[in-house]
Write a protein that binds this ligand. Sequence first.
Ligand code: GUN
Length: 314
Amino acid sequence: MCSTLISSVPRILDGIAIAAQIKSELVERVNSARTRGHVPGLAVILVGEAPASQIYVRSKVKTCGELGIYSELHTPPATATTDELLELVASLNARDEIDGILIQLPLPKHVDTTRLLEAIAPQKDVDGFHPINAGRLLNGSPVEKVLAPCTPAGIMEVLHRSDIAVRGKRAVVIGRSNIVGKPLAVMLVNASATVTVCHSQTKDLEAITREADILIAAIGRPGFVTPEMVRSGATVIDVGINRIVTAEDLERFFPGDEARHASFAKRGSTLVGDVHPAAFAVSAAYTPVPGGVGALTIAMLMANTVKAAELRRG
Ligand code: GUN
């Protein structure tokens, strides 16, 4: 008798395809808003000229154009004061054609980030960082009614649209930032998962992560999650986007991966997430880097802009 060895290949959760689906649904909502006499509008504020922020912001503005959303980019110099920036936010709050205001982070050190984020009218806070929106999320407001932070909202979309059950599952979030880890933990609890948040001070991390049905890495450390930390058959969501530039790191993360080696040779760098690529093999499904969660963040910003326009106009 011959026995067959079945090896299961993990499913790749294609963030680019899911983002494209979300964006095509948004086009319909934008068109329908236009027929009601209003084009949703987003104002983006980029303070200074940090190259990484410039790339993100350009991409946000370009995506607005693709979906038919009005956008305007404000680029105060890095020397702008908190008061000057507060004035800009106040003027955008007052303009009816602006539905969403996004201040690209991080801001220069001398700027009071908290004061500025709290100055955005909560109904225009498309980043979902204002305490009113964070509080509404915490209180379990229905998702259609709350402006929630874009990256965690995108992760919830990936799980939902990939038919990965959340209710009653054990979710472990590595990272406790206000932008990703904390709001994501709240969203997972609201979706009836049992959630543990781990961070740099967590003891015996591996024992906790190995219990996860859904493991989310959002800690900003290249290849931090190793195969031993992943339970066989778990879903792994990799939020990290880390650029590696040394041949040593290339070999550490991508040994024998000819395609990566070729692209590294051409560009002098490549991206790795917070999950070591070898750890994906243990999972049942995972989001790749690039092409995973990153693609969702801008799609969800667009979704929040359209939602803000719809909510504000009843
Ligand atoms: N910088 C990095 N991520 C984000 C984000 O989600 N929103 C804003 N405004 N800035 C960021």
